[in-house]
Write a protein that binds this ligand. Structure first.
Ligand code: ADP
Ligand code: MG
Length: 327
């Protein structure tokens, strides 16, 4: 099983940031409202995610490390509506095949939790009682310790941490209501308190993207025939290098998409005659039945049923918002 899991891991686990993404999505799926991320050495030495979600029953704990352990798909409609972020049921199994993974959890506040670890050629799981408040903690140590070829592809500590931080930022901008904290090598890097009122949303965007972004951004919120686009676009007065400041969400899920970037860039250049990459945090809301976000589970791709309409809507909404504030 370890070999099969390692092959699957090639799909899911590319670097520390891919592990963090899977762990945080699991925590959000479990209804957590507080996520604590603690990493060492860019995540390679240690990644610990602690949440206050539903937790996992003792019976389901050992199962959680086996492939196709998902508890999340109950029927095909779920797949269509993509009710949850994760759906493959193999992330934990894959991770535990290329790192030392411990999952500790409790489903109530009695303090009596359980810990499961997987080890050995056959990935036998071991269970032991372990005190834990309600929720789950996943600890991943020594990533790729047993796959040296994969380990060689890792970059510097700083680069790996930057990727990891980017994942946390992307998720923090998709869930304003959730509290996120991030520590690296024992140092507090971010602490974003969850809240969902409009001023509090603006505060989070300023925290995640920097106050200069917020000070130079136009807010928009436009709805037309079942499509809604809202968020912030920076004006040219925002002068930082901004290739990393492009956040686009479709129905709450972070995506990168050619059609979307093209529409944004076109509107930006049309109004501002500006060659630079635009910086933005934008949310598109569409009928889930008209978009397929599962084209590839880890690659942030989408496929719109009617791409031309979506392109026109994004272009004209941004055009309108930018033209209003431009001289
Ligand atoms: P998937 O998320 O696709 O179902 P995973 O391998 O990521 O598959 O997780 C396996 C299962 O372990 C999940 O379906 C869920 O039941 C459980 N699980 C994982 N992480 C958590 C968590 N933080 N809180 C509660 N349950 C969890
Ligand atoms: Mg998952």
């Amino acid at each position: 099983p370890r070999l099969a899991n390692q092959i699957a891991a090639g799909e899911v686990v590319e670097r520390p940031s891919s592990v963090i993404k899977e762990l945080l999505e699991n925590s959000l799926d479990a209804g957590a409202t507080r996520l604590e991320v603690d990493v060492e050495d860019g995540g390679v030495k240690l990644m610990r995610v602690r949440d206050n979600g539903s937790g996992i029953d003792k019976e389901d704990l050992a199962m959680a490390l086996s492939r196709h352990a998902t508890s999340k798909i109950t029927d095909l409609d779920d797949l269509e509506a993509v009710a949850t972020l994760g759906f493959r049921g193999e992330a934990l199994a894959s991770i535990s095949s290329v790192a030392r993974l411990a999952l500790t959890s409790a489903t109530d506040e009695s303090g009596a939790g359980w810990q499961v670890t997987a080890a050995g050629r056959d990935m036998e799981t071991e269970m032991a009682p372990a005190p834990h408040p309600q929720g789950a903690t996943v600890e991943v140590r020594d990533l790729f310790f047993n796959t040296p070829a994969r380990r060689k592809f890792l970059r510097t500590e700083k680069t790996e941490f930057n990727h990891l931080e980017d994942v946390v930022k992307r998720l923090a901008l998709s869930r304003y209501d959730v509290t996120f904290s991030l520590r690296h090598n024992g140092r507090a890097i971010h602490n974003w308190r969850g809240a969902a009122s409009q001023p509090e949303r603006e505060r989070r965007v300023a925290q995640v993207c920097g106050p200069a972004f917020m000070d130079n951004a136009v807010h928009l919120d436009i709805e037309r025939s079942g499509l809604r686009l809202w968020g912030w676009v920076a004006l040219p007065t925002f002068s930082r290098s901004q290739a990393d400041l492009q956040h686009f969400y479709v129905n709450g899920r972070s995506i990168r998409d050619k059609l979307v970037s093209h529409a944004v860039r076109q509107a930006y250049q049309d109004v501002l005659y500006h060659g630079r990459h635009p910086a933005f945090v934008l949310y598109l809301e569409v009928d889930p039945a008209t978009v397929d976000v599962n084209v590839h589970p880890t690659k942030h791709e989408v496929r719109f049923r009617d791409g031309r309409t979506v392109h026109n809507f994004i272009f004209s909404s941004l055009h309108h918002a930018l033209a209003e504030v431009s001289p």
